[in-house]
Ligand binder design. Sequence first.
Ligand SMILES: NC(=O)c1ccc[n+]([C@@H]2O[C@H](COP(=O)([O-])OP(=O)(O)OC[C@H]3O[C@@H](n4cnc5c(N)ncnc54)[C@H](OP(=O)(O)O)[C@@H]3O)[C@@H](O)[C@H]2O)c1
Length: 234
Amino acid sequence: MEPAKILVIGNSDGIGLATTRLLLDEGWQVIGVSRSDSPIANPRYRHTTLDVLAPEYVDTLKKLIDGEDGLDTCLFCVGVGNQIEEEFWRGESKTIATNFLSAVQTLECLLPAWLAQKRGHFIGLSSLADTLRVPDAASYCSSKAGLSNFLESTGLRVRQRGVSISNIRFGFVDTKMAHSPVKPAMMTPEAAAQIILKVIDKKPLRLSRPRCILPVIAILSAIGWVQTTWQLNR
Ligand SMILES: NC(=O)c1ccc[n+]([C@@H]2O[C@H](COP(=O)([O-])OP(=O)(O)OC[C@H]3O[C@@H](n4cnc5c(N)ncnc54)[C@H](OP(=O)(O)O)[C@@H]3O)[C@@H](O)[C@H]2O)c1
């Protein structure tokens, strides 16, 4: 795909920041939105500081994209983990609002224009944890389950109308979010950014990486299913 204009939301750090840097290196024009300032200074980069949980998020985003010619691609990287031990039952709805609802709101802002012009591509970052039952990360896993289902279902709905949606399911990526004691097959944010660029080019509905831990995820997911089914049937 020829470099064009892209909106990257959640790019002051981590995967979003690494991908923004790579996109700029490849000649893209990037509009960034994040809760924090950006460390990037580049004539092809514009940054807006905005919290996706702020009441004015949708209106501000609409104003930002209104009249923005050629804005056909959006990468949504916003995400938070949950600190369940410290904040048990206090941050759960916030995690779901940040990881899931704000992605839905963002797509709602972009879709009408994209459907009218029969062109557009939304890429969301979900997780391989979207099929798991993890008692200590209930809001994170369920936000990703909701996000994956929503992106893929909506993707199936809109692809006949010229709009693509891609759901990227990563395993561990070495950012401040990855704080599990065990991090098998962890990739660098730069490696994740390379994968995202391929997704921008090929527009798959779903991409899960790294492949080597997919069998482990399938086993963990099956264990979760057996556990919950067994509990239900007692
Ligand atoms: N790292 C992993 O192991 C991993 C694995 C699978 C999927 N993912 C997903 O990949 C995405 C990116 O994660 P990451 O590892 O790059 O995390 P990260 O390093 O913490 O970056 C997250 C980005 O989102 C921004 N953000 C968070 N809350 C926000 C809010 N309310 N409003 C606006 N911006 C906000 C952050 O800004 P601040 O710097 O201000 O917080 C930061 O720029 C997430 O959806 C995550 O779930 C990550």
